[in-house]
Design a protein around this ligand. Sequence first.
Ligand SMILES: Cc1cc2nc3c(=O)[nH]c(=O)nc-3n(C[C@H](O)[C@H](O)[C@H](O)COP(=O)(O)O)c2cc1C
Length: 321
Amino acid sequence: MDYNNKLVLAPMVRVGTLPFRLLAAEYGADITYGEEIIDHKFVKCERRINESLGSIDYVEKGTENVVFRTCNEERNRVVFQIGTSDAVRALTAAQIVCKDVAAIDINMGCPKAFSISGGMGAALLTKPDLIHDILTTLKRNLDIPVTCKIRLLKTPQDTVELARRIEKTGVSALAVHGRKVTDRPRDPAKWSEISDVVAALSIPVIANGDVIEYEDFQRIKLATGASSVMVARGALWNASIFSPNGKLPWEDLRKEYVRKSILWDNDIKGTKFTLREIMGHYMSLEKSDGKALTKAESLADLAELYGEMKYYRVVKGTAYC
Ligand SMILES: Cc1cc2nc3c(=O)[nH]c(=O)nc-3n(C[C@H](O)[C@H](O)[C@H](O)COP(=O)(O)O)c2cc1C
């Protein structure tokens, strides 16, 4: 996979499932990351072809719980992100899925207590030997690109030193979220510290943080010199951010997301979470729209709510002739 001049949909837990990835790609995302999936969970999954949907499902054995759903259409752009604290387990997880995805990424930035206490996410940033072990193990044993996503360390020098060690493992690219572990999402991303990493490395760097408008893709590239740009919240709030033709009204994107969720039979909880994240950006969820969303219990309820019942019936094969 080529990591130059790419617009990248960032990994987002519960959001980055197949419908949202396809939506972002439709508007111009070149590379689409899936949500972080923990290796412990994924090693218990089996691959199943879902004939009725035309998807490839990874299902927790002994259950009907779909942990990862993908399809051939996104085979060359979907990145499977793993949460891990162990090289062998990460490799086992990656080997299960590697034929169906374009690349494997390791999450080294998540600051949540669940990740840190399990030695995953941002906990890895303080363990360069373990990082080396995980990345070289994956590199040696996989035929597809391996990358990782980090946050900034305490000083620019520390970040650059770690980035250099990561580059030596042979990864294909490095994504840098321009915030420190202790920063909150409202704190401005430090693009200048991303540029320090770009200057020190020869592999492509993917710059991430505070890209909200289409014009920001160019701004962050100019400010950092990064090869590619990754966007999370800007895409969540309006997936048409990737389009050079200007953003569509967010309500249109909400409708499209609901349609794609119906088409791909997306998990209702994840669908509602994503809709709540989108709508919460534009309105108080205490208002009637938010309350109606909270009440919805199924994709059919969402179809009803957003005027997509006809589409729902066609997809489910229950349309009246
Ligand atoms: C809802 C949500 C879920 C996220 N989940 C992940 C994740 O699974 N893995 C990851 O590396 N980062 C995750 N992040 C962080 C984003 O990928 C990104 O690094 C961060 O939001 C900064 O980019 P932004 O300023 O464009 O939002 C998540 C962010 C959001 C808003």
